[in-house]
Ligand binder design. Sequence first.
Ligand SMILES: [Zn+2]
Ligand SMILES: [Zn+2]
Length: 327
Amino acid sequence: MSSSSSRRIEADNIIVTDNPNVPLLPSKVETLRPCTKTWFKGTLPLIIVIFLFSFTFFTYIFFSSRPLMKSGDKRIRLVGLVSLLIYCTLLAFTLLSFLFCVFLDPGSVSAIDLESFGTKLPYCQICNQPKPERSHHCSRCRRCIKKMDHHCPWINNCVGWRNLKAFLLFCSYTAILAMIVAGFIIARIIISFVYEEPDTKMHVLHWILLGITMFLAFMIVLMLTSFVSNHYYLVFRNMTSLEYWRNKREYDESQGRSTQDFKSRWCPMLAEHMAHRFDLGPYENFKQVFGNNPLFWIFPWPTAIGNGIDWPLPEDEDHSARPNSDT
Ligand SMILES: [Zn+2]
Ligand SMILES: [Zn+2]
């Protein structure tokens, strides 16, 4: 039996082979696609993010923490020092997460991955190659990404199986950082009124720059809180954003609802009733993204369970015996 006669593409982009010994992709190494996202076009959002971090760093350090640390009052100097230490620690975690988001491979399909495939697998018509279950073709990166969530222009990268944890941590740390910045700037303004020392006095430039920083901080908190909450909810349901949309559409159609109405929009926390076949329970679902060891949950390097190809199902009694480390 020749390889061409043993393979055929069926409905739903499923490729089927009758003979498991026949190589599925004789030239599979050549068909694997490198990432082709354009760094030139994708650089502008990255520059905006870096500028925002640099601007808030400059104004916060020089116009909020530093004046407090120069105060003659010991207690005010302590407030300035604590605000500086908390800010710098959180900023380090945030920037580290950002680097992992931008430069970590989100889960592209390799030749070794394809060797793990069985005889029935999804097929990407654009890459012209099989792809693991739960993976999706990114039109921006022009390749398939394992457990793809979405393509994020702010990191100029896909969010997928390997960097979802880094992405969630980056968004979480940024939101917390913005809250802390806003909180300490308010404290700095109150101190300047209460103590009226020359060193802690607010000048016009201080008001303008700290006002802009406060505004940015509030906007970031406002935008990220809802976004991150919904994404954590999806993690606890073991669902990607793309899977949420597909499940939501199917659910709406089964309920006879229009997919255009308000309830059909992106708000996963309102979709607790939707069934999802990969849902193993909140704790197991969380560990699939953040790993087994709680000590590493706060660090952005990848610790996701599994290999991005095989996904345990609730009825799969042997799922605990599957590979459980991503090194
Ligand atoms: Zn593809
Ligand atoms: Zn992408």
